[in-house]
Design a protein around this ligand. Structure first.
Ligand code: AMP
Length: 398
């Protein structure tokens, strides 16, 4: 039996999953997350039944490198395998630039191209690629596949990719790309399964996690999205500012004397919920706090999300469905209710009880807009892409 490993390596976390591949297709076997890398790394993995099968802390804490953690993770995966054999590793790679509309097998040349994109995704791309390098060192014979967060947005219209700057900049790559594509691909697939005829009609998907963005889809076609040139654009996030008057960036540098690097750190790592609350980037911590700054950070998050959702409606010509996904979108009835309340003028109303229990459909019967909660599954999307890419024609991998 064959197996596939997926990896989503970030700055402070590594998500992973192991899939079994048989004649019947892919089956999730186990997966989890290493969190708080850099401070107090801890790992938790679950099997397909949801039981915790591994928990681990690293006593040396902040001294543990990503490479070391990946080595430990790979060693654990080997103990999980039994008679199964890992045949490929799929990686989430945030930026695939203008070139890559589909996953690619990683070689030296591709790595070089992807490394050149680091300045466009400084928070994610270096960690995504470091994991690729670490795994290449650990298992040089294994094919590694890059699955890009930008790829799903390749079908955006030329207009949706254009920034209002002189044309020469667009031609140099200063354009809108869009991100969270693996998550939206999963949502689009779920909508296709739920509503094969219209794929939910005119839908806005709200990926609300540490990173947050919106994607407007009409009958499965990607129409517009809030993240643009970088994953800084659009909604306010855990530590990222989201869309900002560009004059603020000029002012920070020219009047307040911040160096470019300091502005980058400010906008990617110190802004958003963390910056406004002065307390935390984590929505649960903010809910638990009675500090007025925490309440204001939540208010601003909701206001931005509602405003930018409404701003996507003209491109769709109306709205039939709203989907919530990712950490906050899947688990936080308060935030969902508040965003939906701000959109009640569209004819949207929630079923309070369904919303409270994170049900699949949370809109009220009379609501003009169907509101769903769909757990995202970027790992499954990566695993499917890996199979498609490495499967020899006619093979069923038995
Ligand atoms: P993600 O990046 O998708 O893992 O999402 C992380 C965000 O989801 C953090 O702000 C968490 O506080 C938030 N989150 C996760 N679980 C919950 C929950 N049960 N209630 C509220 N927020 C949650």
């Amino acid at each position: 039996m064959k197996a596939i490993v997926t990896l989503n390596a970030g700055s402070s976390s590594i998500k992973f999953a192991l899939y079994e591949l048989s004649a019947d297709g892919l089956r999730f076997d186990a997966g989890g997350k290493i969190e708080e890398i850099g401070t107090a790394p801890r790992l938790r993995a679950r099997n397909a039944q949801g039981d915790v099968i591994l928990q681990r802390n690293w006593p040396q804490g902040n001294a543990i490198s990503h490479e070391h953690l990946l080595e430990d993770l790979f060693a654990w995966a080997a103990t999980q395998l039994g008679d199964r054999e890992i045949i490929a590793i799929g990686h989430r790679v945030v930026h695939g630039g203008a070139e890559f509309a589909a996953p690619r097998r990683i070689d030296d040349a591709l790595l070089e191209v992807l490394e050149a994109l680091i300045p466009l995704a400084p928070l994610h791309q270096p960690h995504n690629l470091a994991a690729v390098r670490a795994l290449r060192a650990l298992a040089p014979h294994l094919p590694q596949i890059a699955c890009f967060d930008t790829a799903f947005h390749h079908e955006l219209s030329a207009l949706a990719t254009r920034l209002p700057l002189p044309r020469a900049f667009h031609d140099k790559g200063v354009r809108r790309y869009g991100f969270h594509g693996l998550s939206y691909e999963h949502i689009a697939g779920q909508l296709r399964a739920a509503d094969p005829e219209r794929l939910g009609g005119r839908v806005i998907a709200a990926h609300l996690g540490n990173g947050a963005s919106l994607c407007a889809m009409r009958e499965g076609r990607n129409i517009d999205t809030t993240m643009g040139f970088t994953a800084l654009d659009g909604l306010m996030m855990g530590t990222r500012s989201g869309a900002l008057d560009p004059g603020v960036v000029l002012h920070l540098q020219m009047q307040l004397g911040l160096a470019a690097q300091e502005v980058e750190t400010l906008l990617y790592k110190k802004s958003g919920l963390l910056g406004v609350s002065g307390l935390s980037s984590d929505m649960r911590t903010l809910h638990a706090s009675d500090a007025p700054e925490a309440a204001e950070a939540i208010d601003l998050f909701v206001r931005q999300a509602a405003r930018q959702t409404a701003a996507l409606i003209p491109a769709l010509g109306g709205l039939d469905g709203l989907v919530f996904t990712a950490g906050i979108g899947e688990n936080d009835p308060v935030i969902r209710a508040r965003i939906c309340e701000s959109l009640s003028w569209t004819g949207l109303s929630l079923d309070t009880e369904a919303n409270q229990r994170n049900a699949n459909v949370i809109s009220a019967k009379q609501s003009r807009i169907l509101v769903r909660v769909i757990p995202t599954d970027e790992e499954a999307v990566i695993a499917h892409h890996v199979v498609q890419l490495i499967r020899p024609t006619g093979s069923n991998f038995q």
